[in-house]
Design a protein. Structure first.
Length: 97
């Protein structure tokens, strides 16, 4: 029983997309998704800046706060979109040690 468990416990994984059907399509979809996230982040930053500017000039402090919040959310979204592949690869390598 111990021999069987020790043989089953030895598993190795080396991620590789060579020969995988649809791997190019999946990579293209991930690239498009990342681009959409960046466009959304840019839109959020620009809309937040506009809301902040208009609300601040009209004395609407709650609207100005929401504008700053929207711009900050766009900046965080851009950071996360850029860091996501690095974080995934880093965590995979750290877990494989």
């Amino acid at each position: 029983m111990v021999v069987v468990l020790s043989l089953l416990a030895q598993v190795e994984v080396a991620p590789d997309t060579s020969g995988m059907p649809g791997s190019a399509l999946i990579q293209q979809l991930l690239n498009w998704l990342s681009q959409l996230a960046l466009w959304g982040s840019l839109g959020s930053i620009l809309a937040g800046a506009a809301v902040y500017g208009l609300a601040q000039n009209s004395g609407y402090s709650q609207g100005a706060y929401r504008g700053k919040q929207l711009a900050a959310a766009g900046a965080v979204g851009a950071i996360l979109a850029g860091l996501a592949p690095t974080v995934v690869n880093l965590l995979f390598r750290a877990a494989g040690v």
